[in-house]
Design a protein around this ligand. Sequence first.
Ligand code: AMP
Length: 282
Amino acid sequence: MIIFKYAGDVMHQLKKGRQNDSTIGFIPTMGALHQGHTSLLQKSKQVCELTVSSIFINPTQFTNADDFKKYPVTLENDIYTLEKNGCNILFLPEVKEMYPKGTIPKKHFDLGYLETILEGEFRPGHFQGVYQVVSRLLEIISPTHLFMGQKDYQQCLVIKRLLELENLEIELVICETLREANGLAMSSRNLRLSDQQKEQASHIYKMLLHVKQNIKTGSLLLLKKEAKEYLTINGFKPDYVEIATANNLEPVDKWDGKTELVVLAAASVGEVRLIDNLILNQ
Ligand code: AMP
């Protein structure tokens, strides 16, 4: 694996791959890698000739300074993990390399209502930061395929929109969520949970499964209310539990029994905020 710190160098290296018409798979990450990340890498290895990953803790997508400060860093392990899983190129930039003109965005990206619902409501500005960093990374790496996790469901829709708005012909491959044995979705932030909190956090998945098993045509209001209460009873501070259309995240209060739905939740255990989701009628 070759590690690049500078945009110009990685661009130069990838130009050779592109001249040979190689498919280039890209997995952007913020590091503290776990099996969820490596599953994306493996998918890219199956589909593409070259696999590129990046590690960059993007300051512009954090709405909480403490969350940014405490974001776990395990760089040596990450490099080892990427190398072991056959990553060809790692892009490891510093902030000034990513944002040579400063971190303040020059324009507002038109994300429509995706910007203000669910994660957008509780983390204002978050998706502007995600858009900003991913568009810069795509400009540098210019992959043929982009691999992202369903775990960050709303983020996947934001990136779909980015590809449309920027007219980029990149195939977005959304990969399933990898979970611990108790159902807890793997996440870098889990490193900040105690063993007891990890057990407690498994209730998010239990709640999502409960919703999946109990969804019925008609009003969904009671099911959503019970799901949120379940999290509170189990010691969480829930931000939301929402059932929405799977293709564009419009909240659904009354189900026609046909439309494909997803249940999404965000809740804090102690100081750590977790998100998860489940498609309901696949
Ligand atoms: P992050 O480092 O948290 O920014 O995540 C980098 C990529 O890995 C994103 O596309 C995430 O959606 C994906 N990812 C994170 N956790 C998981 C997981 N448990 N299963 C599958 N993909 C994941």
